[in-house]
Design a protein around this ligand. Structure first.
Ligand SMILES: [Zn+2]
Length: 404
């Protein structure tokens, strides 16, 4: 071991190597600092007077599986410039950390390949230290996402953890990165985002959301110039939910036992795309039977198939025709559920047809949601809200694919 190896291999520069000690499978390098290199850690001045020392040890880069510690007596100095008495600044470790910068960089590299648990075990250090290293790195890189360049965004809430905990996420649809993570759901969760967005001066052209009134209000208030685009899959899902409800109601109201039996197992058949019905399990025939017995169910099912067409047209004009035709059919039916849905679509025809000006959706957020779920399964439940937020910001980089 030597002073220069200490520098080149372990990133400890400006210290003199003194001796090596072997303790319980680990290695301790004792180093000292020359008095002429003392600097005030407050103001950087060199006009300082020694005021004793504080013994400290830092985790350094391991040698193989052996833990390495750097031990030194850190001088305390009285600064003649700013009047403070404190420990001198260290070149190789951040303030208040018990590991060297080189150790932190190594832990981060391992974090790209392993979970926090794996890295902690490999380096023989606690889970909290590795998490802390990751968190600092994420804070440095993602604490304040830039909003200035935003043009098209998607907003949606996702559930994290048990007990219906939610976070609301704003996704930059051009880069795929989450640019805001707010606590809870609904309009309130976005308050801070609007403030930051206003300050950034970004010009948002279009926003993809589901049909929730809270988001419609919030976007209408804060981005009156932006086009609101209803996510097509949310619209279709909403209709599918109504269709399931209709089937349930019909099933409940049916008095005939045979009728009841036919309706019983049809929920999934109704929601399946017709081309996915399995003839081997008699699915097309079973669906047919149920539809023939129930005129209203047949009407609603037919309209379910038609709804998707609104988004499959060549241009906005044809889409408008398809949508208006759909609304008319629903309105002339005898079914209350369809009337109500037609009303909703009529009220929001613009936000549905806006898809042809801005073909965006909240779909990319589903991808983010999926990755968060994968992270969660491996993590300690993300009790640290700030850490979870930073992880979501970092998701599109997928540098730390794993967490737990
Ligand atoms: Zn000073």
């Amino acid at each position: 071991m030597s002073t220069s190896l200490l520098y080149h291999a372990f990133g400890v520069r400006g210290y003199r190597y003194r001796r090596t000690q072997y303790v319980a499978g680990g290695i301790v390098f004792h180093v000292t600092q020359e008095a002429e290199s003392y600097r005030c850690s407050g103001c950087g001045a060199s006009d300082v007077a020694p005021r004793g020392r504080v013994q400290r040890r830092f985790r350094g880069l391991p040698i193989g599986r052996r833990a390495v510690r750097i031990a030194l007596a850190i001088p305390r100095v009285a600064c003649r410039n700013c009047g403070n008495i404190r420990q001198v600044a260290l070149g190789f470790a951040d303030a208040r950390r018990s590991y060297t910068k080189a150790f932190a960089r190594y832990a981060l590299e391992l974090s790209r390949l392993m979970t926090i648990k794996d890295v902690a075990r490999h380096l023989g250090i606690s889970w909290d230290v590795i998490k802390d290293i990751q968190k600092q790195d994420l804070q440095r890189r993602f604490a304040k996402p830039k909003l200035k360049h935003l043009r098209q965004i998607a907003i949606d809430e996702i559930s994290v953890g048990k007990g219906h905990r939610y976070v609301t996420i704003v996704l930059d649809l051009d880069s795929g990165a989450a640019v805001y993570v707010g606590p809870g759901k609904g309009g309130d969760a976005l308050t801070l985002f609007w403030r930051r967005l206003r300050r950034s001066g970004a010009k948002i052209a279009a926003v993809a959301i589901d049909m929730s009134p809270a988001y419609i209000d919030a976007v209408g208030t804060h981005l009156p110039e932006a086009a609101l685009v209803f996510d097509r899959f949310h619209v279709i899902k909403l209709f599918n939910d109504k269709l399931s409800q209709l089937r349930r109601d019909l099933h409940r109201e049916a008095t005939d036992r045979m009728h009841k039996r036919v309706l019983k197992g049809t929920r999934w058949l109704l929601l399946k795309r017709p081309e996915h019905l399995d003839p081997k399990r008699n699915e097309p025939a079973r669906l047919q039977e149920a539809l023939q017995l129930n005129q209203s169910l047949a009407t609603a099912y037919y309209l379910k198939e038609q709804l998707g067409e609104v988004w499959e047209q060549d241009d906005q004009e044809s889409a408008r025709d398809v949508l208006l035709d759909w609304i008319q059919q629903a309105e002339t039916s005898e079914i209350r559920m369809l009337h109500k849905f037609a009303q909703t679509l009529r009220a929001h025809a613009w936000q549905i047809l806006a898809y042809y000006d801005h073909p965006i959706s909240t779909g990319p957020l589903e991808g983010t949601n999926h990755k968060i779920k994968t992270m969660k399964r491996q993590a300690y439940g993300f009790r640290d809200q700030e850490f979870l937020k930073l992880k979501i910001y970092a998701i599109h980089e997928s540098k730390y694919a794993l967490v737990g």
